[in-house]
Ligand binder design. Sequence first.
Ligand SMILES: NC(=O)c1ccc[n+]([C@@H]2O[C@H](COP(=O)([O-])OP(=O)(O)OC[C@H]3O[C@@H](n4cnc5c(N)ncnc54)[C@H](O)[C@@H]3O)[C@@H](O)[C@H]2O)c1
Length: 333
Amino acid sequence: MLIFGAGGYIGPVVTEHLLGLGYKVRAFDLFLFHTQTVLEGFSDNPDFDLVTGDHCDGALVEAALGGVTDVVILSGLVGDPITKKYPEASKAINDDGMLALIDRLKGRGLDRVIFVSTCSNYGLIQDGELANEDFDLNPLSLYAKAKVAMETALLGLKGKVDFHPTVLRFATAFGLAPRMRFDLTVSQFTREMHLENDLLVYDAETWRPYCHVRDFGEVIARVLAAPAEDVTFEVFNAGGDVNNFTKQMIVDAILEFLPKAKVAYQEHGSDPRNYRVDFAKIRKRLDFEPRFTVRDGISELIAAFKEKQFAEVDKNPNFHGNYEIDYTVANKQ
Ligand SMILES: NC(=O)c1ccc[n+]([C@@H]2O[C@H](COP(=O)([O-])OP(=O)(O)OC[C@H]3O[C@@H](n4cnc5c(N)ncnc54)[C@H](O)[C@@H]3O)[C@@H](O)[C@H]2O)c1
C-alpha cells in the first residue's frame, strides 16, 4: 500500500488503521508543513517505510511504486485559503502534478487506487436539499475546482486502465491526530471556546458534513476490502448523515461542555459554502456508518486540552494549520 500525503492531518491516522489491519504501508510525503514527527512512531514497524519527496517528481514516484499493489492519494495543497494564497503551487501540485501521478499508475497491475476528494465540490446548495453523488458539482475555490478536475480525469479512464479507481468525497475532518489542524471548524471552535477567546462565527446557519479521522481510516479499509465490482469507478460521499451539522449546532454542542465560552455571530462571511450531504450510498454499498459523532470529537479534544496537549499551537501555527508553504514550482515530471 502506498499512501501519498501520509504525513498530514488525516494520513497518520489512516496509516495506523491500515497497519493495524495487517497492510504494509509505504508513506510518501513532502512535509510541506514540517510535520515529519507525525510518522516517527511507525519507524520501527517492519511493515512501514517512508519516502520523502514531491508527488510531482516522476522518478521518485516511479521508485516508490515498486512492489506496491494499492494506492491511496491524500496528498495535495489542502483548503480554500491556502490554494488562493499560492495559486501557482496549487496548479503544480493539485492539477499538473496530480494528473501526471495518475498517469504513472497505469499499466503496472495495481489493484485499488483511492483518490480522496472532498464534499466541498458541492459548494453551495439550496436549503432543504441533500447532495448525493449524482448532484451537480459547484466547486467554488481553486482547491475544489482541482478536485473536480481530477475526479473527472480519473473517472474518464474507464475501459483504459488496469487498476480499480474509487473516488471518496470526504466530509470535513475532525478528531484527534498527531497533526491537529486547528484551521478546521470543529477543532478551531472547540479550541477557541476552551481558551475562552472571543469566537466570531460567520453564517451560523450554513450546513456542512463532518467526519472523524478514524472513521476515514475505516472508510478506506472498506473500499480496499470490498469486491472490485462494488467500488471500481464509483464515487462515494464519505461520512454519515448523523454528522451533517450547521455551525450553530457545533457551537451549541461545544457550549454543553464549555458553558462559559464567548461566542458572537455575523452574517455574510467570506466562505459561502453551504451543503448538506446524503451518505446513503456508502451506508448501503459499504455498510459504513461513522462510529464517532461531532460530539465525540469535541469531548475527546477538550479532554486532550485538559491534559495540556496542543499547548504549543500558537508557537508553531503552521504545524497545526495550512497557512504557509515554501514551495518552488519545478518541472520534475
Ligand atoms: N481535512 C479535511 O477536512 C478534508 C476534507 C475533505 C477532503 N480532504 C482531503 O483529504 C486529504 C488529506 O487532508 P489533510 O487534512 O490531511 O491535509 P494536510 O494538508 O494535513 O495533508 C496533506 C499532506 O499532503 C502533503 N503534500 C502536499 N503536496 C505534496 C506533494 N506535492 N507531494 C507529496 N506530498 C504532498 C503535505 O505535506 C501534507 O502532509 C486531502 O487530499 C484533502 O483534500 C480533507
